[in-house]
Design a protein. Structure first.
Length: 280
């Protein structure tokens, strides 16, 4: 792998503060192992992480510029201990300003937010990947209109950061229908159908067809059953845009997630795994 050009990832990030609830939520082993493998796949320690989380959106694209981001406990109904967990990674205000400029140069409005902290779409997967919190982290919000083309183009604008050691991650879930989670007889088939479409689109299509499919994702089989609201899918558009001509690969997949859901994560660009052709 060219260590000067990091791949991008779309992560299915799981539910709430699961890394701190191993006994209460014992069904995250495969997801955790896939996240723990990513640093080995990269082969180098990123200089910084740019996270696009499905749990932060604004009217305009907004970049976290807090040098010491606090925690945002954006979940409810979990044990009291989970409202005190910490992920003490530092922010990167200079990188945030650069991200803002890149987005603006691409023709989009972009703001800085010097108060925003880490939501669980960021701190849960990063705790599995980098438990020592030794990589600076910033977040980029979704734009609240969820326009796939705009998010793809923002990803394209951010692509040069990959050659500067910045790891671009999109954090969501390949299937995100909270009501359907309680009805596996509906969620199981719907998640499988949408996941099959995702794999065909992201791994087995040309870059041109991949983009066309993603821009019209709502026409995919079971699309609106998988994503009644697409906040957990749109981060995918950014990471694909940042690696638009590069190979897609299945990075995590299981068909019994949370009792019967099919869930997947994907990488784009060359990793140590794709270079070697063997699991990492």
């Amino acid at each position: 792998m060219n260590q000067h050009k990091l791949p991008t990832y779309f992560l299915s990030h799981g539910g709430g503060p699961w890394p701190w609830l191993k006994e209460e939520m014992p069904f995250y082993d495969e997801l955790e192992h896939s996240l723990q493998a990513i640093p080995r796949q990269l082969g180098v320690l990123p200089k910084a992480i740019l996270m696009v989380s499905g749990h932060w959106e604004n009217f305009e694209f907004t970049v976290m510029a807090n040098p010491h981001p606090p925690m945002v406990y954006d979940y409810s109904g979990f044990p009291e201990k989970t409202y005190h967990v910490k992920y003490p990674a530092v922010g990167a205000p200079e990188l945030a300003a650069k991200v803002q400029k890149l987005i603006q140069t691409a023709g989009f409005s972009a703001n800085l937010d010097d108060k925003r902290g880490f939501d669980h779409g960021t701190f849960a997967p990063l705790y599995a990947m980098y438990p020592q919190a030794n990589v600076p982290v910033i977040q980029l919000s979704l734009r609240s209109d969820y326009d796939p083309d705009a998010h793809f183009k923002v990803g394209r604008a951010l692509a040069p950061l990959r050659e500067e050691g910045v790891l671009i991650l999109g954090s969501g879930l390949s299937f995100h229908n909270m009501r359907a989670f309680r009805t596996p007889e509906m969620a199981g088939p719907a998640s499988r159908q949408f996941d099959e479409w995702l794999q065909k689109t992201l791994i087995h299509s040309t870059p041109e067809q991949r983009l066309k499919n993603l821009l019209h994702w709502a026409q995919a089989p079971s699309a609106r059953l998988a994503h009644p609201q697409e906040d957990h899918l749109i981060p995918l558009m950014v990471v694909v845009g940042a690696a638009e001509d590069e190979v897609g690969e299945l990075n995590y997949h299981e068909e019994n997630f949370m009792g019967g859901i099919t869930a997947s994560s994907f990488s784009f660009g060359q990793t140590a795994k794709t270079k070697a052709g063997v699991p990492v």
